[in-house]
Ligand binder design. Structure first.
Ligand SMILES: Nc1nc2c(ncn2[C@@H]2O[C@H](COP(=O)(O)OP(=O)(O)O)[C@@H](O)[C@H]2O)c(=O)[nH]1
Ligand SMILES: Nc1ncnc2c1ncn2[C@@H]1O[C@H](COP(=O)(O)OP(=O)(O)O)[C@@H](O)[C@H]1O
Length: 211
């Protein structure tokens, strides 16, 4: 058996950042260019933004529906962010990981801590920083999806979110988007090669060294 065809477990690739630093941009690009990773589509109670698609970017649900999912233990983790509820549905993820499917999670630091506690060996945590707070504000304004109040609230939260940077395995500054994307893609590539994920390696090495 060639070593590059060995079976491996899927990994949980988490991207977090202060709002506006560019994680959605990087995540969409990764999903478009890498056929082996699928988005973990979160449920949220926040209103849909122009350009977003229900079921693709998020499952947009009412607060009642969200509360029912919490009751039914349907989430891996969930948290309140900017006055709305966000949660990672369990469905498909566990089975997918076993079959070698990688999942991308665009979740905040609270969700990252919870996933890491539950599935440490499968989790890779990447934090994206903006080059400056001024540039972060420019990006939030330039994105033109939020009111002035919402932008102010996101800016007010930015420093608190950045303070969680040391709870991540990798930290990447998104100054030039191409350079940032390349770094994130390289992290993913290297993490896939980790010995502990190569579940077929034990048999391969046994075969290799027999006799
Ligand atoms: N804990 C947790 N956080 C989430 C989840 N889905 C999204 N988030 C986070 O919620 C925050 C707000 O997301 P969003 O409303 O899409 O705005 P964004 O900051 O512009 O991406 C971001 O930090 C997301 O990473 C989830 O399922 N769980
Ligand atoms: N490296 C970059 N340079 C300039 N603008 C960027 C860069 N990365 C992302 N943006 C822009 O900044 C805005 C916020 O990015 P987005 O991906 O929505 O951030 P987040 O998901 O972290 O809130 C978007 O309009 C996006 O096009």
């Amino acid at each position: 058996m060639a070593s590059d065809t060995l079976h491996r477990r899927g990994l949980m690739f988490i991207l977090s950042s202060p709002s506006g630093a560019g994680k959605t941009t990087i995540a969409r690009r990764l999903l478009a260019e890498d056929q082996e990773i699928a988005l973990s589509v979160s449920a949220t109670t926040r209103p849909m933004r122009p350009g977003e698609v229900d079921g693709k970017d998020y499952h947009f649900v009412s607060q009642d529906e969200f509360d029912r999912m919490v009751e039914a233990n349907a989430f891996f983790e969930w948290a309140h962010v900017f006055g709305h509820s966000y949660g990672t549905p369990k469905a498909h993820i566990r089975a997918g990981l076993k079959e070698g499917q990688d999942f991308l999670f665009d979740i905040d630091w609270q969700g990252t801590q919870q996933l890491h506690q539950k599935a440490q060996a499968d989790v890779v945590r990447v934090f994206i920083l903006p080059p400056s707070l001024d540039e972060l504000r420019r990006r939030l304004i330039g994105r033109a999806t939020d009111s002035a109040e919402v932008i102010a609230a996101r800016m007010a939260r930015a420093q608190a979110e950045i303070s969680h940077w040391d709870g991540y395995d990798y930290v990447v500054v998104n100054d030039d988007v191409e350079a940032c994307f390349t770094q994130v893609a390289e992290i993913l590539r290297a993490e896939r090669m980790r010995r502990t994920r190569q579940t077929g390696l034990i048999d391969f090495v046994r075969e290799l060294t027999r006799g």
